[in-house]
Design a protein around this ligand. Structure first.
Ligand code: PMP
Length: 283
């Protein structure tokens, strides 16, 4: 695999990042994951815009202009012959002697990108059959709107979900669902789509924005508000969205079937519309 590190395209074994990198020592870094379908990038502009915002919230600039970033993404797709897959991008505050205070603003940022081939990304067993989730307390920090690489609690939650025979966790704060470990969460009741509104409590999903826009265009009713686990258990359908999985039906919460325990029509339709539209608009 060819990866990108600070301006160079290198075989993955030859790529190096300093042990003093603040991404490694402090999780002082942000990331993006963009999917690739048919060799083209899905929602690239949304991911670039959110990257700029995340960096800005941490007092960092964009390491390169949007057009250069697009060129690097495209180069990596071509060099690795990616048809369907993902591109991971990470930007850190760079390497400096270990100190909680940020280093000088002229410290070079570290920029790393790599690809993950995922043949058949648009048609997975999880998409066809749905996933099972368990509820867990949301013990993450209070700025989940910034897409930092501080992902240990979501990893722990994912492992706990697996240990309980499920696929993922829905995290709960103050009695309401925040989001999944790496996706936004939705329920459908009486034809209305309910998902938590944006704020510091959740990541502003790029897929969430696109799916809600397409749902509105299809005249579906949307309520952006917190929902409880009880509401989720009583819902007609549940689903999640993310750049790497698009729209995935949720068929079980804490061992109890949602709706009929099979993927529901709203989730299926939104998945289809989203993937069709995304392929059309891909870069
Ligand atoms: N919430 C969290 C916590 C996530 O990690 C992700 C995926 N990175 C999402 C939501 C979904 O965001 P997106 O649609 O931009 O992938």
């Amino acid at each position: 695999r060819i990866v990108y590190v600070n301006g160079d395209y290198l075989p993955e074994d030859a790529a190096r990042v300093s042990v003093f990198d603040r991404g490694f020592l402090f999780a002082d870094a942000v990331y993006e994951v963009t999917s690739v379908l048919g060799g083209r990038l899905i929602d690239f502009d949304g991911h670039a815009a959110r990257l700029e915002r995340s960096l800005g919230e941490l007092g960092m600039p964009m390491p390169m202009p949007r057009d250069s970033l697009l060129a690097v993404h495209r180069d990596l797709v071509a060099r690795n012959s990616i048809e369907d897959g993902l591109i991971y991008l990470q930007v850190t505050r760079g390497a400096a002697d270990r100190d909680f205070a940020y280093p000088d603003a002229d410290t070079p940022q570290t920029v790393v990108l790599f690809t993950q081939a995922k043949p058949g990304l648009a048609d997975t067993p999880a998409a066809r059959e749905g996933i099972r989730v368990v509820s867990l307390p949301d013990l993450r920090w209070g700025r989940r709107d910034i897409k930092t690489v501080q992902l240990l609690y979501p990893s722990m939650a994912k492992m706990e979900a697996r240990a309980r025979g499920a696929d993922d966790a829905w995290m709960i704060e103050d009695g309401a669902v925040t989001e999944g470990t790496s996706n936004n969460a939705y329920i459908v009741k009486d034809g209305r789509i309910v998902t938590r509104g944006l704020g510091h409590e959740i990541l502003s999903g790029i897929t969430r924005a696109a799916v809600l826009r397409l749902a509105r265009e299809a005249q579906m009713q949307i309520e952006e508000r917190p929902f409880t686990l009880d509401e989720a258990r009583a819902a007609d359908e549940a689903f999640v969205t993310s750049a790497s999985a698009f729209v995935l039906p949720v068929i079980e919460i804490d061992g109890a079937a949602v709706g009929g325990g099979t993927p529901g029509p709203v989730a299926r339709r939104l998945r289809e519309i989203y993937i069709d539209e995304s392929r059309r608009a891909a870069l």
